[in-house]
Write a protein that binds this ligand. Sequence first.
Ligand code: NAD
Length: 373
Amino acid sequence: MSTGRTLHVGLIGAHNWAESAHLPGYAAHPQVELTAICDIEPDRARALGERFGAKKVYTDPDQMFADPDIEMVDVCTPTHTHLPLSLGAIAAGKHVLSEKPLHTQAAPAFDAARRAEQRGVRTKLGFTFRYSPAIRQIKQWIEDGTLGEIFHIHGFEQNSQWLDPAEPLRQIAPDTPRDKLIPASIVGYGSHLIDLMRWLGGEFGAVTSTMKNFIPERIVRGEEGMQRIPVEDGAAALVEYKNGAQGLLQTSFIAVGNYPGVEIRVYGSKGAAVARLIEEFGVAETLTLARADAVEFQKIDLPESALPPGTTLNTPWPELYYRNLVRHFVDEILEGRPEECTFYDGAMSQQIVDAIILAHNERRWVNIETGDL
Ligand SMILES: NC(=O)c1ccc[n+]([C@@H]2O[C@H](COP(=O)([O-])OP(=O)(O)OC[C@H]3O[C@@H](n4cnc5c(N)ncnc54)[C@H](O)[C@@H]3O)[C@@H](O)[C@H]2O)c1
């Protein structure tokens, strides 16, 4: 139920992803005022500020944190800045939405989740695909028993974004050691996928994996020319869930197919569901369902109410999913609803990515500890 109150938001990082995904979400929510936009590049902050009607423009995040008018901060900057900016917002008593990953190690991400809890502010991590209408329907089918006892969960996040070695890869930090395999698709794509598989299936008990470099020479963004670099461009893992279900997952930068290339298949004792979040012929996603007594998969058309107001399945996926994510976070804050997809979930996902890398490096199963706040 709506409280009729307005939430005052400040966004940091006024560039591509903010423009195509985050800012349309605030513009579409009737109870949001975009109070400020901040970017170290003043022209960017001014341009998007004007376009999306921000009341103020900042170039220093600390000044924005000190602004008493702002209640929630959105961190949409490059990866290495997510944690320090989120900690700054938490310390200032603001609710925070951060792009993923919060940090490339689990411990600092758990620490940020703890600090937010102590400070009494809410967090959300930008795990875009949790806000797919098809994925949320599968979650509901698991919870209401439509699928019965869950046996298998298969997850894929793969596309051919970097099949062409001349397409500059942007994930490699300059100080990364280059004498051994550099985990990449499991970090960039795996964090999303693992979050989906945990959300749908429960906590992971143990993982084992194999990771590989398939394209030996590439261009890396910001570096000169083609170079030999052992980037992990394909990873596969097996999962034992704590509740006894089995999982398998694949991440790939080089599997032919369109963006974002997420597919989730859930098989239970009463039914099975497949969601394909792959933009094809202008349609963002498809959902199919089979039942134990009618085993042919049938297409499911979700009601309009499953989509954020004003969108259709022809809305580009970044906007479709982010409008839904923003809508959930704003409504959770304004209506005091339970938290979901928090910094804690981000930290757990990171911990599992680390375990998958360790399993490959040591050729063994690795147990997953459930992190405590
Ligand atoms: N969830 C998803 O599916 C998804 C998809 C695409 C991008 N992303 C993430 O979104 C984030 C932004 O992506 P992008 O492509 O717009 O990045 P970008 O690098 O093009 O833009 C980031 C902006 O942040 C500004 N900035 C950098 N440091 C800053 C600081 N300390 N204070 C204020 N401003 C600062 C830069 O000037 C730039 O304008 C990245 O973390 C990216 O990984 C997520």
